[in-house]
Ligand binder design. Structure first.
Ligand code: ATP
Length: 310
């Protein structure tokens, strides 16, 4: 008996992510950058509810501004559902309700989380029961960050960030996220990085041919040591994002001055992630940043990847 025969709909929760380390290599032949990244899934979630339907439809709601989120076939969640149907020969459709908490175009992989959640939800609803490896293969076809949203936890990603291996992480890391009303376009940030590298080629030196995650990052994650992790945070996109969004620099400084161990732009931004010494320090920082007029959220990681919930 499939889940669908027991329940009329399936709810799946998938996490947003922070890149605690992101080294960007040169452009490959397809115009993409080689990456080496360490992802951590955090407790800011997207929920996708899948219900039987003849066609493919969706609706979006949530606690974040939703401008720019398509509700047609440009939406990654709907594309995920269609891809699974095409690959498995499923002939019906689905209605997806996406509940967003991850800021849109925020650098936290919200759309990727929706796609991962839609894959898992439709797989359960339709009883297609793809093996995990197959789901990951479909996820990688949808986008570079989708496989990590499926896997969750803490992981190293190479290639475009989609070739994953789990990383051992002990304990819990407390983060304060400061979100922005307006997102930034990831391709625009990469474009800015390329121009920055071109302008400052002499000072920067050669771009690494094969980017790699520093051993110190893995060590800090394995030890569950927030202080150690703070000293190894790195994001090669940060300078480009700050160039496009100079308003973020003083906010980064404020968070670090007010008690964060370190602050970093999350992925391509503009969300800022502040690593804190523990839950109490994070609550204090959240209060301070909120009092200064920012939208600040306290989250923790690592948390599991896309999974069916109640
Ligand atoms: P990325 O780095 O992959 O661009 P991000 O976290 O910065 O990710 P997302 O919120 O995932 O940003 O979305 C980026 C863009 O993708 C949005 O501006 C929107 O136009 C489009 N999009 C497609 N599907 C979705 C979805 N389910 N949720 C949000 N945006 C989506």
């Amino acid at each position: 008996m499939t889940l669908a025969e027991i329940f009329p709909s399936v709810r799946v929760r998938a996490p947003g992510k922070i890149n605690v380390f992101l080294q960007v290599g040169g452009l490959d032949d397809d115009g993409y950058h080689e990456l080496a990244t360490a992802f951590q899934a955090v407790s800011l979630y997207e929920d996708v509810v899948a219900t039987y339907a003849d066609d493919f439809t969706m609706a979006v709601n949530g606690s974040v501004p939703l401008e720019g989120v398509p509700v047609d076939d440009r939406n990654l969640a709907l594309r995920a559902a269609r891809l699974l149907a095409a690959e498995t020969g499923y002939e019906g459709g689905v209605h997806l309700e996406v509940h967003k908490q991850v800021p849109v175009a925020g650098g936290m992989g919200g759309g990727s989380a929706d796609a991962a959640a839609a894959l898992v939800a439709c797989d359960a609803l339709w009883g297609t029961e793809l093996p995990t490896g197959e789901l990951h293969r479909l996820a990688a076809r949808l986008g570079a960050d989708v496989p990590f949203a499926l896997m969750g936890g803490t992981a190293i990603g190479v290639g475009r960030g989609d070739r994953l291996s789990p990383a051992l992480a002990r304990g819990r890391f407390d983060w304060v996220l400061v979100t922005s009303e307006e997102g930034v376009s990831t391709p625009a940030v990469y474009g800015e990085l390329d121009r920055h590298r071109e302008r400052h080629r002499v000072d920067i030196g050669p771009v690494p041919a094969v980017p790699q995650v520093d051993a110190d990052v893995l060590h800090a994650l394995r030890a569950g040591d927030a202080r150690m992790l703070a000293s190894t945070l790195r994001n090669d996109l940060q300078a480009a994002t700050l160039q496009m969004r100079p308003d973020l620099a003083p906010v980064l400084e404020l968070g670090e001055r007010e008690g964060a161990l370190a602050g970093i732009v999350s992925g391509s931004g503009p969300t800022l992630a502040f690593l804190c010494g523990g839950p109490e320090e994070a609550i204090d920082l959240q209060v301070t940043m909120s009092a200064a007029g920012h939208v600040a959220l306290h989250v923790h990681g690592p948390v599991p990847g896309a999974r069916v919930v109640g």
